[in-house]
Design a protein around this ligand. Structure first.
Ligand SMILES: Nc1ncnc2c1ncn2[C@@H]1O[C@H](COP(=O)(O)OP(=O)(O)OP(=O)(O)O)[C@@H](O)[C@H]1O
Ligand SMILES: [Mg+2]
Length: 284
């Protein structure tokens, strides 16, 4: 049981002078419980990948399959996938936040009361008090609140696969933490695919990382392998390194550390730098 993208190619404006390949030969398997992180610069195809995985965009080559069923069309796996859009405001269409979050579960057959309960639970899960925020008009929310409310609307449907486009963009530290906690608890019953520029927040718990450049995979592996490849990916402009490995890379460049494994752990990084200082650096 998994969401599978097998060697997919996606093209926009096919057959016109503006035709452009946005994804080329991308494969990915997302199983329940997995956290897969997708990184890459602007325009590299990350949103396109999520849209293809959600069955919102047809692929011109390859296969998209959800638990053995096609991602779109007749016989597709209805309700299996929840997609959080990059621009959350494009996701609202009800008069109140609670109704908006309850729409998905109602559509999937829950009674109105059950759907409202799902909505309340989901709002709490993303750190929005349902009593305060439930009755609010969605367009009256601040940017960070709107992003969290849109995420609650996706969580309320209990999808088996969560596809999240920049879930922490524009959030403060507390908002980022709430979203990450909600993702961690959702992961007990769902596979999570996160597109992000906030690598810092997700790499600690990621099972796998895919890095795209101009629609093509330039890295696909686990976090230790990503840390090893980080200097190369950073130099090519494919990944903005998180602060801790960035500090270690700078320390290396200044001859303070011998080439070796980078880490995300700040205590380990501090210990490595202290060792480097006390031994007079890698060149001594
Ligand atoms: N509807 C469309 N028609 C034509 N080209 C498109 C369309 N949508 C996206 N593209 C192009 O496809 C490429 C990939 O876009 P995509 O939105 O997947 O990038 P992204 O990695 O999500 O970028 P960002 O980090 O800025 O969100 C870009 O060059 C974009 O201009
Ligand atoms: Mg995008």
């Amino acid at each position: 049981m998994a969401l599978i993208l097998d060697d997919i190619v996606c093209e926009y404006a096919t057959g016109t002078a503006l035709a452009a390949v946005a994804l080329d030969a991308v494969s990915l398997t997302l199983s329940r419980g997995d956290l897969v992180v997708v990184l890459g610069p602007t325009g590299s195809g990350k949103t396109t990948l999520l849209r293809a995985a959600a069955g919102l965009l047809s692929v011109s080559r390859g296969r998209v399959e959800i638990d053995g069923l096609p991602a779109s069309g007749r016989g597709s796996a209805r309700g299996a996938v929840g997609l959080l859009f990059q621009r959350p405001e494009s996701q609202f269409f009800s008069l109140s936040v609670a109704e908006d979050c309850a729409f998905g579960p109602r559509n999937l057959g829950r009674t109105p009361d059950e759907a409202l309960e799902d909505a309340r639970d989901a709002l709490s899960a993303v750190g929005l008090d349902p009593v305060t925020f439930g009755p609010r008009e969605p367009w009256s929310l601040s940017g960070g609140e709107a992003r969290r409310a849109a995420f609650a609307g996706v969580l309320a449907m209990h999808p088996r696969y969560l596809l999240l486009d920049e879930p922490t963009a524009g959030l403060d530290a507390e908002g980022r933490r709430s979203v990450c906690e909600a993702i961690e608890s959702a992961r007990a019953g769902a596979g999570v695919l996160v597109v992000t520029h906030d690598a810092e927040m997700f790499l600690d718990s990621a099972d796998r990382v895919l890095v795209l450049r101009a629609g093509r995979p330039v890295f696909d592996g686990d976090v230790p392998a990503l840390l090893e490849a980080l200097p190369r990916l950073s130099e090519a402009g494919d990944v903005d390194p998180p602060e801790v490995p960035r500090a270690l890379m700078l320390a290396r460049e200044r001859g303070l550390l011998a080439p070796g494994t980078l880490t995300l752990d700040i205590d380990r990084a501090a210990a490595l730098i202290a060792e480097g200082l006390s031994s007079g650096g890698a060149r001594s």
